[in-house]
Design a protein around this ligand. Structure first.
Ligand code: INI
Length: 173
């Protein structure tokens, strides 16, 4: 069997990206933001391709991401936050609402909305996921964003000579 495999290239050129960044645990969300910008730059994003929207905490990521995605100005939205169980009595509410809402923003707008929210039991684990021992979740989410925008560009088929959308996958809504 020889299945046809579809997967996005890692080329950010010509695409526009929004980062929605939580100010809570700013010393870590700033590292995740740096990681995301580093990935986008390395994958060839244009100089003016990125805009950043700051919000108070991770709970506020979903609605902001939805508004940004619905604006039509961006090919992908990357949500960045840090929620640490040890410091957050309402950890499950904040982390749960952030995860659910970010997913809904993507489903409701059709724009890829990436989840670069670090949810950990301890501060040390969070630090490790923000560029120390366990990679940088912002960098990884930006890579995924670039892969998805390329995949969806292929699936949407781009435009024909008259500028009309030509769908490569008419059965995909
Ligand atoms: N927001 C976070 O992003 N991370 C946290 O660890 C956190 N803690 O610890 O409470 C947090 N709370 C704020 C929350 O996201 C909202 O901004 C706030 O409840 C106002 O709606």
């Amino acid at each position: 069997m020889q299945p046809k495999v579809h997967q996005g290239l890692l080329n950010a050129q010509g695409f526009r990206f929004a980062l929605v960044v939580s100010r809570w645990n700013d010393f870590l969300t700033s590292k995740l933001t740096e990681g995301a910008l580093d990935a986008l730059e390395r994958l060839g994003a244009d100089e003016d391709a990125v805009e950043i929207f700051k919000v108070p905490g991770s709970f506020e990521l979903p609605l902001t991401a939805q508004k940004v995605a619905a604006s039509g100005d961006f090919d992908a939205v990357i949500c960045i936050g840090v929620v640490i169980r040890g410091e957050t009595p309402h950890f499950d509410y904040v982390a749960g609402e952030a995860a659910k809402g970010v997913g809904q923003a993507a489903m409701q707008t059709g724009v890829p909305v990436l989840f670069a929210v670090v949810t950990t039991d301890t501060l040390e684990q969070a630090i490790n996921r923000a560029g120390v021992k366990a990679g940088n979740k912002g960098f990884e989410a930006a890579m995924s964003a670039v892969e998805l925008v390329n995949l969806y560009k292929e699936m949407d088929g781009g435009e024909d000579a008259s500028g009309a959308k030509k769908k490569a996958f008419p059965h995909v809504v």
